[in-house]
Design a protein. Structure first.
Length: 587
């Protein structure tokens, strides 16, 4: 090659060498223009730079589109791969970051003096350090922020950077910009000293097509069993298991479960659940404390699925680093990493979760990572259900940009989650007003729901009336629904009434666990990721009962008339509808 040509190429060669070097110039990786609504900087409170912190650095995976296609294929009835679930080793082989990716990030960290502070696992690296050193590593400035609703102080940064040559190697670093506010999906919790008074009103009235008329007023396990037609099904013991997620220091209580079963399942004796702590979580038994959410979940899954083993996963941590405590990292990644590390024999086939955040309070990079990991559970044959939320189209309906927008709920908007909305009443069963639903601003609409959602958007006046307040091309939710109002639950030894899609998700999950049990007892595989099946065979064959009346409400008056109406076919308040176990079992 001529020297003149070499000289012309020299600047480009230098740039290439510079970009490959672990100390390439830093470039902003993620930035928030301001703290999300509900959070404000606390200028008078300084950050102690010596506070310990664990940074999680998630590496870019290979072959993500190929993995997602394989997940959809194995979950779609009629496809040659249907039911061919993977092992975690097979998933890891597909998604494992390229060795150059891991090497480049490790080289950067070691060049910054962290060679003795690193731990590695598959696609993530944990850096055990202090806030001061994290600031230097990420060219960030951590500050104290306060949540106006809870009064909690947290440490977060609005911006962080990494070397520009690593932007394609890193997908997520937390805790940095995550201002989550994970909360149990409840609306009002109604407490009645003697709930049996509700029943006496209906003693003289006939049953409604085999359902006690008292179910119009409040819900018991018998109401659900009759309404969703699994009353006469008696599950046998198989290797089928049902998982219930617990976060935010909510602990399911054995004493309350025993009293619940004594009243509503007097034939059940010594029936209980196992508790598995995650991330230093606890299995605390304090029957005098108010663990309404945990008791609601476990009482209705155990009550419907006995003798199927129920496992309560108690994961410590909250979304932010609360009060500067390094041991309170957000819970979803901790839970998912634990679950994906279980053997196939240890995994439950169905999992229900009654927690979530406003989608825009979660960094999109974080949401994508969590959703990908939920997809991995689906690929291993696990059906993952989440409550859709309790604010209709949104609470105050203010988006990340401060403009009026409907506010979707995460993880309910993850395409690999089965999102459960709420209903009320038994004749007719109709949408309950608080049931959240709508369209994601982070995830595009998946193919499996394209037909059902497109039909709704083209035929319903709500879709036109509120078109400026939602993303019509986003993943639509909920997918299905179940009862969500006035569930009898024992808390602190007393029967009370509880409302919310917190009740809907365990109610639907119990039905799916029964279907899985029937399949496994017949030598078949569990259902795994549900949605492609729900949007096709289950709906077409009337295993899902369409809910066509009722409506949601929300937005605290900021958007006039805000809400979605239930209608024929899919809608953003009840999804496809509610389950009919007698049909689903045979499908």
């Amino acid at each position: 090659m001529h020297i003149s040509k070499l000289l012309l190429l020299f600047p480009a060669l230098l740039a290439s060498i510079s970009d490959a070097h672990p100390l390439a110039p830093y470039k902003t990786f993620e930035v928030l223009p301001s703290a999300p609504n509900g959070w404000e900087a606390v200028s008078e409170k300084a950050v102690d730079l010596s506070t310990p912190i664990k940074l999680r650095i998630h590496l870019a995976q290979q072959n993500v589109p190929q993995f997602e296609k394989a997940l959809i294929d194995m979950s779609t009835p009629g496809h040659p791969s249907y039911g061919n679930h993977m092992s975690q080793a097979q998933i890891d082989d597909i998604l494992r970051p390229h060795e150059d990716t891991a090497a480049a990030v490790r080289s950067w960290l070691e060049s910054k003096g962290f060679e003795k502070d690193l731990s590695f696992k598959n696609d993530w690296i944990v850096v055990s350090t202090t806030i001061g050193k994290a600031e230097s590593l990420l060219d960030a400035k951590y500050k104290v922020f306060r949540n106006s609703e809870t009064g909690k102080n947290v440490v977060r940064t609005l911006s962080y950077s990494v070397p520009r040559n690593l932007h394609s190697s890193v997908t997520l670093i937390q805790p940095t910009t995550l201002f989550g506010s994970t909360s149990a999906m409840k609306s009002t919790i109604l407490k009645v000293e003697d709930p049996s008074v509700l029943k006496t009103t209906f003693l003289s009235k006939p049953k409604l097509e085999g359902i006690d008329a008292a179910c119009q007023s409040s819900i018991t396990p018998d109401c659900l069993a009759n309404l969703y037609k699994y009353k006469d099904y008696k599950p046998t013991l198989t290797n089928n298991k049902l998982g219930v997620n617990g976060f935010l220091e909510q602990y399911a209580q054995n004493d309350d479960l025993a009293k619940f079963l004594a009243k509503y399942f007097p034939s059940s004796k010594n029936v209980t659940f196992t508790c598995t702590p995650i991330n230093d979580g606890k299995c605390t038994q304090h029957p005098s404390e108010d663990f309404t959410e945990a008791n609601l979940d476990i009482q209705y899954t155990v009550g419907a699925s006995n003798p199927i083993p129920n496992i309560y996963y108690s994961t410590a941590g909250r979304p932010p680093v609360v009060d500067l405590d390094p041991n309170t990292n957000e819970p979803y990644l901790e839970w998912l990493e634990y679950m994906l590390n279980l053997s196939d024999e240890q995994l439950p086939q169905t999992i229900t979760t009654s927690y979530g955040d406003n989608e825009h309070t979660v960094p999109q990079s974080y949401a994508i990572k969590v959703c990908n990991m939920i997809g991995q559970l689906g690929a291993r044959g696990v059906s993952v259900l989440f409550s859709s939320g309790d604010s209709g189209p949104g609470d105050d309906c203010t988006g990340k940009d401060g403009k009026k927008r409907f506010v979707p709920t995460f993880p309910a908007t993850c395409p690999f989650v089965t999102s459960v909305g709420g209903t009320v009443g038994v004749q007719p069963e109709k949408a309950v007003s608080f049931s959240s639903g709508g369209f994601s601003n982070y995830f595009s609409r998946p193919d499996y729901q394209e037909s059902a959602v497109s039909n709704y958007l083209s035929s319903q006046t709500d879709a036109t009336t509120f078109k400026n307040y939602y993303n019509a091309s986003g993943r639509a939710f909920p997918d299905i629904s179940a009862q969500g109002s006035r569930f009898h639950v024992f808390v602190r030894g007393y029967d009370q009434l509880v409302s919310g899609t917190s009740a809907s998700s365990p109610a639907f999950a119990a039905v799916i666990s029964l279907v899985n049990n029937d399949r496994i007892s017949g030598g078949k595989k569990p259902l795994g990721f549900l949605n492609p099946w729900l949007y096709t065979i289950a709906t077409e064959k009337k295993g899902i009962v369409d809910i066509t009346s009722g409506a949601s409400r929300g937005c605290s008056g900021s958007i006039s008339g805000a809400g979605w109406k239930a209608t024929t076919g899919w809608d953003p308040v009840t999804g496809l509808g509610t389950p009919d176990f007698s049909v689903l079992k045979d499908l």
